[in-house]
Design a protein around this ligand. Structure first.
Ligand code: S3P
Length: 167
């Protein structure tokens, strides 16, 4: 099986779906944010504060390339599509875009008290929606498959991905 790369904005469900999808397909899962937190040794929001976003993006690009060396389901961070190098790397990969309505994304981001995103601290709801709209075309362009996660259960999303990959 080819690796499956999940992309989408913060709150799209990449972490949850990657775990269920990998379990269903009996393959390895790489949650890039989790691995990055381990590597940088601190929460992403602290890292952004101390070292800046560009340095985080470098770690992210290195990890993306590394993760793709082995067959897996990869949950990327929402900003992975920003770097030209990552866009090139992802252009011929099985990329699945988990799409959701902007209001639902913001609601999920605000409700997540465990994973407090740096970009959610400094941006208000309107800014977050604008950030999503500014990235939307990139997600769409890189996607081989798009699944709307707004009103669906994880199981339904996983089944839809598997069906679309097979067809
Ligand atoms: C980011 C999304 C986050 C994390 C970092 C930056 C972004 O990942 O990589 O805070 O730029 O959208 P999630 O999409 O998993 O929240």
């Amino acid at each position: 099986m080819e690796s499956i790369v999940l992309i989408g904005f913060m709150g799209a469900g990449k972490t949850t779906i990657s775990k269920e999808l990998a379990a269903t397909l009996n393959t390895r899962v790489v949650d890039m944010d989790d691995v990055l937190v381990e590597r940088i040794g601190q929460p992403i929001s602290d890292y952004f504060e101390e070292h800046g976003e560009p340095s985080f993006r470098e770690h992210e690009t290195n990890l993306l390339k590394e993760a793709l060396n082995e067959e897996s389901v990869i949950a990327t961070g929402g900003g992975v599509i920003l770097q030209k190098e990552n866009q090139k790397v992802l252009s011929d990969k099985l990329v699945v875009y988990l799409k959701a309505d902007a209001n639902i994304l913001v609601q999920r981001i605000r409700e997540d008290k465990v994973n407090v995103r740096p970009l959610a601290i400094k941006n208000d709801d309107g800014d977050l929606k604008r950030l999503f709209f500014s990235r939307e075309k990139l997600y769409e362009k890189l996607a081989k498959i798009t699944v709307d996660t707004s009103e669906k259960l994880p199981e339904e999303i996983v089944n839809e991905i598997i069906q679309q990959v097979a067809s």
